[in-house]
Design a binder for this molecule. Structure first.
Ligand SMILES: Cc1cc2nc3c(=O)[nH]c(=O)nc-3n(C[C@H](O)[C@H](O)[C@H](O)COP(=O)(O)O)c2cc1C
Length: 489
């Protein structure tokens, strides 16, 4: 996408929706929601969600599963909530988009205008308190937690979730998407990759010999998911970030045991503690790079002591799998805008577009387009896109292209790599970068990986004598399209 062709007015079109249920009504009106009756939590819901999302990336409908086998009508699962350009634009309050890139442009425009988080506001109660299970009443299997992929090690109640913790030193509230497996009626496990904020916070409690208080929001408004699964800078409260994106504060209720912020209109929220001195096997789980790259591991257990939930609850489901996944489009869109914003903040001029390709699971193959202004500009762009916080975790390839290449168009990008890149000269490596046990190319700790930064721009020194592109001029294209319009519709 090219910024010069992207005038965007960030009008808030999401004013009228307060929670997931309002949103589902809007999605239905938009023709963006399909209901699926009678599916089994055991594999069928996972397989339907994976395959429907994969058939039409960025455009597939959201799926609402009801009458799930063995569960009462009304105990529902929602898959791929905002994973399509029209739904994502609505959730973020953008104008109705014509295509996928309109959403990136709108996001980018919002971020460049000095996006401000809006802190959550405390309220006394809300719909999430309609039902509460306490202590011995707790039964996680009351909800249709799906067994997602055939080789998984258990049922996952948390996938499109937000795991909320408080930093014991600073009081900072972090909310992040981490997978949550059910062990039994009141015990679960949270898998957090090394270096992730939640893991660092829990280790601080463990170092003091204390359990780590935690909330797990496992049925939620996609605006929360969009904040929780992005690499947002440490110290920023994702509830405030989500409020900023929504244009209104998220309402929260202090939880009964630890005073952690329960989103008042969430569907299902678990409260408990991660205990350091008892572990059980978690996983394996089919993961976002498209593999079972890590084995089951011993993880501290989470004792669940409260469950807050709405009547007829909706569990939200994100399915990591071979890309494209049922969340990749939304993640790629938001991440592209975050990277764009971060590299500019670091002083990079001339950025025309950024796209984190779905084929790279929205992380592993990222493209940045620049209007080259000085020698070394392309290298700076590649290094920054590779190493900024939003782009760093679990990356592999960063490709830098000129302004005439649309970074969202794989064909264009491969053409640039094929014709403007001299591999031994134009590929640089970054070694020992931040990765994860989920990387199939890593077989043991430490979980470092290596990256390639591909300069696929016209070489700076020969830029002015680089051969002219053999293509009809925009004016000639316009003229022939006007003359024979039926050929171009
Ligand atoms: C569907 C989905 C599942 C995820 N599962 C995990 C997970 O199990 N563990 C993990 O460390 N990161 C997971 N992530 C990635 C994190 O959500 C992401 O890196 C986020 O920035 C973490 O928040 P933090 O920066 O506050 O640690 C997942 C992302 C998505 C979209």
């Amino acid at each position: 996408m090219n910024e010069t062709t992207a005038p965007v007015e960030a009008v808030r079109r999401n004013e009228g929706y307060d929670d997931l249920r309002d949103l589902l009504a809007r999605f239905e009106e938009m023709g963006e929601l399909e209901t699926v009756e009678g599916a089994d939590w055991n594999l069928e819901i996972g397989a339907v969600s994976e395959t429907v999302a994969g058939r039409n990336p960025g455009r597939a409908p959201a799926l609402l599963f009801d009458n799930i086998k063995g569960y009462p009508k009304g105990f529902r699962i929602l898959s791929g909530a905002a994973n399509a350009y029209r739904r994502l634009a609505f959730v973020l309050g953008f104008p109705e988009p014509e295509n996928e890139t309109d959403v990136v442009r709108a996001m980018r425009a919002r971020m460049s205008k000095g996006f401000e988080p809006i802190p959550p506001v405390e309220v006394k109660t809300g719909p999430v308190m309609e039902n509460v299970m306490r202590d011995d009443e707790v039964d996680l299997l009351k909800f249709p937690a799906p067994f997602v992929h055939e080789l998984d090690g258990g049922r996952y109640i948390g996938t499109d979730d937000a795991v909320i913790m408080r930093d014991p030193d600073t009081g900072w509230i972090n909310a992040a998407t981490y997978r949550v497996m059910v062990h039994d009626k009141n015990t679960a496990a949270i898998w957090m990759s090394p270096g992730k904020h939640g893991r660092l916070i829990s280790e601080k409690y463990f170092a003091q010999g204390k359990p780590c208080p935690v909330l797990i929001v496992c049925g939620q408004d996609p605006i929360m998911f969009l904040a929780a699964h992005q690499e947002i800078t440490a110290g920023v409260d994702e509830l405030a970030y989500a409020g900023g994106q929504r244009g209104r504060a998220i309402e929260v209720i202090p939880s009964e045991l630890h005073g952690l912020p329960v989103p008042a209109r969430a569907e299902i929220v678990l409260e408990g503690e991660i205990v350091p001195d008892e572990t059980r096997l978690e996983g394996p789980f089919g993961e976002f790079m498209g593999y079972y790259a890590s084995e089951a591991t011993e993880l501290p257990v989470v004792r669940i002591k409260r469950v807050y939930w709405r009547t007829d609850p909706i569990l939200t489901l994100a399915i990591p799998s071979r890309p494209p996944e049922n969340f990749t489009f939304a993640r790629a869109t938001v991440k592209s805008a975050l990277i764009w914003n971060e590299v500019e903040k670091a002083g990079l001029p001339g950025v025309q577009g950024v796209w984190c390709h779905e084929a790279g699971a929205g992380r592993l193959f990222n493209v940045i387009s620049i209007k080259q202004m000085y020698p070394g500009h392309a290298s700076q762009a590649g290094m920054l896109a590779c190493n900024c916080h939003a782009g760093n975790y679990a990356g592999r390839w960063v490709v830098v292209v000129d302004e005439d290449i649309d970074p969202t168009n794989m064909f264009d990008v491969i053409w640039a790599m094929s014709t403007r890149c001299d591999p031994p000269e134009d590929i640089q490596y970054v070694r020992r970068a931040w990765s994860t046990p989920l990387d199939p190319m890593l077989f043991a700790p430490p979980w470092h990986n290596n990256r390639a930064i591909v300069d696929a721009c016209r070489p700076w020194g020969n830029k002015d004598r680089f051969p002219t592109v053999a293509e009809a001029s925009p004016e000639l294209k316009r003229r022939v399209a006007e003359k024979w319009p039926h050929l171009y519709t």
